[in-house]
Design a protein. Structure first.
Length: 502
């Protein structure tokens, strides 16, 4: 293992240096990930972190001598580069899920034909099918794990580190070198990606890391150990991404949702909502990946019979965990749509509370709302309040500054629409029917159409708001920003509990 520590350090430093530089390029070129309802972040985040990982791997692996196996390693390099470019294009323009799968299958077939494949059965065709399934499955598993700050990079680093240990112990120098480079590059990027993240890896990084981890898992084949004690080792090392993918696939098929559609039904989201919060949920996933890695190492030092028993116990524990997590209460959506019916200062309190968990806010104003209050609502919605305030207060072009300031000024965490009874409010009626939550503040401009349009249990009334059928918020809670935020989130969760699966 000591032989590969310098390579881990070198690839770490390469990614550590490259990531902030690539991040600046992403910001200046508009290569950013915009907030969306199923995503955790509420501000545009620079992408291209995966490109920094790729460059770090190229620099680190350039010094490794792959001449003994140059054909399969060339195929791996071509396949990894192809998937990196596919991910880059997907991050920039978007690619249909089917096209991404076809690209993964092509990369898998390329390396399989070059000799990177499992040899579990006496039938070559079956081995090729198993290999392609493994490559595509693990690539997508890491891609799906990229749903919280630091999760995919940290999990990849842990898995790659244990592959380094296992391959080094088996005398597989090339496999250990590749795993060591992935470990260091993932850790170097993780420094900037751990919460609160400064940059995302995007599909550029997740497809790249998933493919390389799949390659390492296939290439790990210690000749000095019995096959009965080692064939399941890559499955155990990659057990956490496999479990999360199985959970998400099962959950979405059960609810008749597309598996490729993003959502908050991942293991990390469920752990966070159990009370761990995002930070502890991510570190719990690291811990689980580490435990699985330790078990994998222990299996290689066990008899085939004991290894088989342990593998069966791990599968049983995973099945129990899957059932428990799937039967959890519904989870509030990330960045939910919140409609606020506002007229005075109560609307400001509602916006401030909703801003803590959403940038998908619609403020519907009553006819009695004056221009000064409208300006205050705009300030409350601004993602860059200082730049917006300068523009709003002075109106002078000199206050705007460079052209880049325009993007800061007009980035809002939502929008303002006319009230339900105002001309041009047709879109609002649709929003009222589809909103995750409607918050009605006091005012005289709200009609009975609100109750008719709102979904059951999704209408919350501020103190003094005379809205029949709405759940009222006490004055003490309303005046406490954190307490009001918790009340809004609880109302969304309560509404979801009442939903019947379709």
């Amino acid at each position: 293992m000591d032989l590969y520590l310098p390579l881990i350090i070198f690839s770490f430093l390469a990614a550590f240096i490259a990531t902030p530089l690539i991040g600046r390029v992403a910001t200046h070129t508009g290569f950013v990930d915009e907030p969306k309802p199923h995503k955790m972040h509420v501000r545009p985040m620079p992408l291209l972190g995966g490109l920094a990982i790729y460059l770090a791997l190229c620099v680190a692996l350039f010094q490794v001598d792959f001449s003994a196996e140059w054909v399969p390693m060339l195929a791996v390099a071509v396949g990894a580069t192809m998937l990196m470019l596919v991910g880059l294009w997907d991050d920039r323009r978007g690619i249909a899920p089917r096209a991404k799968i076809l690209a993964q299958v092509a990369a898998a077939l390329l390396v399989t034909v070059a000799g990177v494949r499992v040899e579990l059965t006496p039938w070559p065709a079956v081995n090729i099918i198993i290999s392609v399934f493994w490559f595509v499955g693990i690539t997508n598993a890491i891609n799906l794990m990229d749903n919280m700050d630091g999760l995919a990079a940290g999990t990849s680093a842990v898995s790659a580190l244990f592959f380094t240990i296992l391959a080094a112990s088996a005398g597989q120098g090339l496999v250990a070198s590749l795993a060591a480079a992935v470990t260091g590059a993932s850790l170097g990027f993780l420094y900037y990606n751990i919460s609160p993240a400064m940059i995302f890896m995007g599909d550029t990084g997740s497809l790249l890391l998933g493919f390389l981890l799949a390659v390492i898992g296939v290439e790990y084949s210690p000749s000095n150990l019995p096959l009965g004690s080692t064939w399941m080792v890559p499955i155990i090392v990659m057990g956490l991404p496999i479990f999360d993918t199985t959970l998400v696939t099962f959950s979405r098929l059960l609810k008749r949702r597309p598996v490729s559609q993003g959502g908050t039904d991942h293991s990390s989201h469920r752990l966070a909502k159990l009370g761990l919060g995002n930070h502890r949920a991510v570190f719990s996933m690291y811990l689980a990946a580490g435990i699985l890695g330790i078990l994998a190492v222990f299996m290689t030092r066990s008899s085939p019979e004991l290894a088989t028993v342990l593998f069966g116990m791990i599968l049983a524990a995973g099945l129990i965990a899957l059932i428990v997590l799937e039967r959890m209460p519904p989870i509030p959506p990330n960045n939910p749509r919140v409609v606020i019916l506002a007229e005075d200062e109560q609307g400001l309190a509602a916006i401030a509370a909703a801003r803590k968990f959403s940038t998908n806010i619609v403020v519907a104003v009553s006819p009695q709302t004056g221009k000064p209050m409208l300006a205050n609502y705009l300030r409350a919605l601004a993602l860059e309040p200082e730049a917006f305030a300068r523009w709003l207060d002075t109106g002078a072009e000199a206050a705007i500054g460079p052209a880049g300031e325009w993007q800061k000024i007009f980035r809002l965490a939502g929008r303002i629409l006319p009230g339900p009874d105002e001309p041009g409010a047709e879109n609002l009626h649709t929003l009222l029917r589809t909103a995750d939550l409607i918050v009605a503040c006091r005012g005289g401009g709200w009609s009975a159409e609100i109750q008719a349009a709102a979904a059951p249990g999704r209408l919350l009334a501020a103190p003094g708001a005379n809205i029949s059928g709405a759940e009222s918020v006490t004055d003490d809670v309303w005046k406490n920003s954190n307490g009001l935020t918790r009340a809004l989130e609880a109302a969304i969760l309560g509404a979801r509990r009442k939903e019947k699966p379709t």
